[in-house]
Every structure is written in structure tokens, then in C-alpha cells.
Design a protein around this ligand. Structure first.
Ligand code: IPE
Ligand code: IPE
Ligand code: MG
Length: 234
């Protein structure tokens, strides 16, 4: 089975560059190529939602030069990719604490989101200045402020309307969630690989999807129940 929603913690750019005796930002540039390759592959195989963790709230603590290069790269990528979004029917969405971004980057993001809002293919969600704890806190504040909240708590998360991830991939050998979608990953399947993000291209993505299709998701039920349900639906 194909996951409907794949989320990726794109990690290892710095180490990839350092291994080549280059500056960390060189790895971020090469990582942008992996973003393009994985987005193309997601469109090709028909994934509905692709979530990419590009910059966490905690990443603001990095050296200023690296932060500003990452932000510049983001702005350049958005401008460069807009024609491809339209050509491939991709809806582009940015989620995160946008108040911390520059006005100019926010304008570029809004323009790309508006232009692609009507596209009906892949929804590409870039998490920028995002953390799971920030998301839950902002949702709780709005939930409480609404007096008589309508709907569910998850309708107040920044990801409202987006189904929870089925598969979460993390590259670079780290096995942690690093404050990504904490609430939303309650039943997500995790896939960890030692491959560094700049080396994670179509073949690696395919491997992760294959591994996912061999997993049995039980959501608290027994394996026998799941097998029965599968047989009944045949
Ligand atoms: C991931 O690569 C990109 C961001 C977090 C922005 P890193 O920059 O974290 O690379 P490593 O983990 O230091 O190798
Ligand atoms: C997680 O990577 C955040 C992104 C990929 C954007 P980090 O490199 O920041 O994670 P830690 O600090 O090693 O947990
Ligand atoms: Mg890292």
C-alpha cells in the first residue's frame, strides 16, 4: 500500500558537506536537489501529501550566517520552483511560526501559496520555523480562546485539514523526532536510514515506500483482527 501522507526529517546536510571538506551550506544546496527529486517522485507515484521539515524553531539557534543562507535558499527555491509547481499540479503550503520570518520571505511564500491554491495533485508542505510543541501550544491557546470550541482539537493545529502522516522518514542515522509533528505522529510508521539527505534521491525514497508496504498497522487492534478486516474487504 502507498502511504497517503509521507513526512520527511531531512537531516545530514552539514555532515555531507563536512565529509567533502566543504562548508555546511554546500550541503544545504545539495539537499535542495534532493527536495526536487523526492517531490518529483511523490508526484510520479501518486502520493497525496509530502511534508518536509526544512527548518525547526530550534534551528534559529544556529550561527547567524547559516540561518540567513538557509532563509535565502528557501526564497530562491520558492521562486525557482513555482513554474514546476504549476506544471505538475502541486499545491504548495508552508506551515510554522511565520512571525519569525522576514516580511520579504513571507510575501514570496504567500504568493506561491496563492498561485498554487487551486492545484489538485500533490500537496507539498514545507515546515519552516516549526516545532511540534509550538503547534500544540498555539492550538491550545486558540482552542481555549474560542470559548465554545467547535470540532476537534486537531482542527486547531497548524496542520488542520491535512491527514496525519502514514510514514515518517528520517535520514542521517539519527533516531529521534526532534520536535516535528508530535501530535500528528501518534500512529505514524517510522523509517530511519543512515543515508544523508543530499544522497536521498528516488531510489532511496522507493526503498522507504517498499518497507512501508511490508508493515502491518494495527492501531491498537490485534494482528488477527487486521487480517480478518483485510479478508472481509476483499
Ligand atoms: C538538515 O541538515 C537541515 C537542517 C536542519 C536545516 P543539518 O544541517 O542538520 O545537517 P547535520 O545534521 O548537521 O549533518
Ligand atoms: C531536525 O534536524 C530539523 C530539520 C531537519 C529541519 P536537526 O539537525 O535540527 O535535529 P537535531 O538537533 O540533530 O535533533
Ligand atoms: Mg542535523
Amino acid at each position: 500500500m502507498l502511504p497517503r501522507h509521507v513526512a520527511i526529517i531531512m537531516d545530514g546536510n552539514g555532515r555531507w558537506a563536512r565529509m567533502r571538506g566543504k562548508e555546511r551550506v554546500f550541503g544545504h544546496h545539495e539537499g535542495a536537489e534532493s527536495v526536487r527529486a523526492c517531490t518529483e517522485y511523490a508526484v510520479e507515484v501518486g502520493i497525496e501529501y509530502l511534508s518536509l521539515f526544512a527548518f525547526s524553531e530550534e534551528n534559529w539557534k544556529r550561527p547567524e550566517a547559516e540561518v540567513s543562507e538557509l532563509m535565502r535558499l528557501m526564497a530562491v527555491s520558492i521562486l525557482n520552483e513555482r513554474p514546476a509547481f504549476m506544471k505538475n499540479n502541486i499545491r504548495f503550503v508552508v506551515i510554522g511560526n511565520r512571525g519569525r520570518l522576514t516580511e520579504s520571505l513571507n510575501r514570496d511564500i504567500d504568493a506561491a501559496m496563492e498561485e498554487t491554491a487551486g492545484n489538485t495533485g500533490l500537496t507539498l508542505i514545507v515546515f519552516l520555523s516549526y516545532s511540534g510543541t509550538w503547534d500544540i501550544e498555539q492550538a491550545a491557546a486558540r482552542f481555549a480562546a474560542s470559548g465554545a470550541p467547535e470540532g476537534r482539537f486537531s482542527d486547531y493545529l497548524a496542520t488542520a485539514g491535512i491527514p496525519d502522516p502514514d510514514l515518517l522518514i528520517r535520514t542521517s542515522g539519527e533516531q529521534r523526532i526532534s520536535n516535528f509533528m508530535l501530535w500528528q505522529c501518534a500512529y505514524t510508521e517510522f523509517y530511519f536510514t543512515d543515508i544523508l539527505w543530499p544522497d536521498f534521491r528516488k531510489a532511496e525514497f522507493r526503498k522507504a515506500l517498499e518497507e512501508f508496504s511490508s508493515r502491518q498497522r494495527r492501531f491498537g487492534k490485534t494482528g488477527e483482527q487486521i487480517t480478518e478486516e483485510k479478508n472481509d474487504s476483499k
